[in-house]
Write a protein that binds this ligand. Sequence first.
Ligand SMILES: Nc1ncnc2c1ncn2[C@@H]1O[C@H](COP(=O)(O)OP(=O)(O)OP(=O)(O)O)[C@@H](O)[C@H]1O
Length: 254
Amino acid sequence: MFNMVLLKLDHVQKIFEANSSHPVAALKDVSFTVQDGEFVAIMGESGAGKSTLLNIIATLDNATNGSAALNGQDLSALSKDEAARYRRQHLGFVFQHFNLLDSLSNRDNVYLPLVLARVAPDEMDRRIKPLVSRLRIAKIIDRYPSEVSGGQQQRIAIARALITQPDVLLADEPTGALDSNTSQEILDLFDDVNANGQTIIMVTHSAAAASHAKRTLFIKDGRIFHELFRGDLSMKDYQVQISNTMMTLTNGGE
Ligand SMILES: Nc1ncnc2c1ncn2[C@@H]1O[C@H](COP(=O)(O)OP(=O)(O)OP(=O)(O)O)[C@@H](O)[C@H]1O
């Protein structure tokens, strides 16, 4: 298969309150690439810099030093308006708390990014159809978010993220608010979506969630501490490796 670098982070550093007497180096020196079609998990303890990293990839924040580029586009070169357009055109987001609008039906929630991009209604209809069957949301698509379960709301949120056909799906703790069975269903769905060619980057605290990704990056104190590949391991064995690495990381070992 032809592999193409989709995302490239090169010596990214992020310092908050750089000019104060207490600057916070949230990211010290982070470099990695993500190929088109990969499913990458990012793990690390609270405060390690995961959200900061995701925000830079999401063009919601800029690196202090170093560079982040998606498809060759330097993200810090974008103005605020360009970044907003960029997010709409190239990125899909899935959050822990779904972030659906309660006043809109599930269908209109999924359509929302296309409405913002002024896509014609028949095109919206054409695009939602394969998602409805792939994400198994036919029965709930014309209900409201408050009328469906958390797992179903997350399916709607995933549909909303995918309907723009983003280069990357960015997921921030997507199973954090779900029970373990429902989490499993959502993670299986991520596998499915990734098998269809969708690149996914997922921040998670859960080794079970990370075991679905083909690669896991471990962040500690603003640096990449370790990287694990699933390779030929079963998901179960891989999950044990991930848990052990998290334990080493937490205990400060090498
Ligand atoms: N806007 C900000 N101003 C100052 N410091 C910040 C800011 N945002 C984050 N930090 C600090 O940067 C460090 C990394 O934070 P970050 O939120 O990226 O960690 P995280 O790994 O996502 O943690 P969690 O798992 O708890 O969400 C922390 O020390 C945090 O306090």
